[in-house]
Design a protein. Structure first.
Length: 114
């Protein structure tokens, strides 16, 4: 049974930072592509960042230079370090894994507000 469990969301002021974590089980983590998506109310779910099995990363234009995706294969965990947060970053953030099939976490809420 595949499980992706996100943590680290919360309320932060504009300009602040958060680090999201996604712990994976039930998949061969080191060979999986790992993504972070987000979905704001009324919007479609969008890809925020991706890291491949060999560590190649891509980012949405809206987060380049502010967010960093990384992975720790020993811990089966992928991270999203979010700096210089803006109110527009407010959304539910989802962990996504691709390893033959697609798998999703339950999401964690990030709210950026003063």
């Amino acid at each position: 049974q595949v499980q992706l469990v996100e943590s680290g969301g919360g309320l932060v002021q504009p300009g602040g930072s958060l680090r999201l974590s996604c712990a994976a089980s039930g998949i061969i983590f080191q060979s999986s592509i790992m993504d972070w998506y987000r979905q704001a109310p009324g919007n479609q779910r969008e890809l925020v960042a991706r890291i491949t099995s060999i560590g190649y990363t891509t980012y949405a234009d809206s987060v380049k230079g502010r967010f960093t995706i990384s992975r720790d294969n020993a811990k089966n965990t992928v991270y999203l370090q979010m700096n210089s947060l803006k109110p527009d970053d407010t959304a539910v953030y989802y962990c996504h894994a691709i390893q033959r099939y697609d798998y999703w976490g339950q999401g964690t809420q990030v709210t950026v507000s003063s």
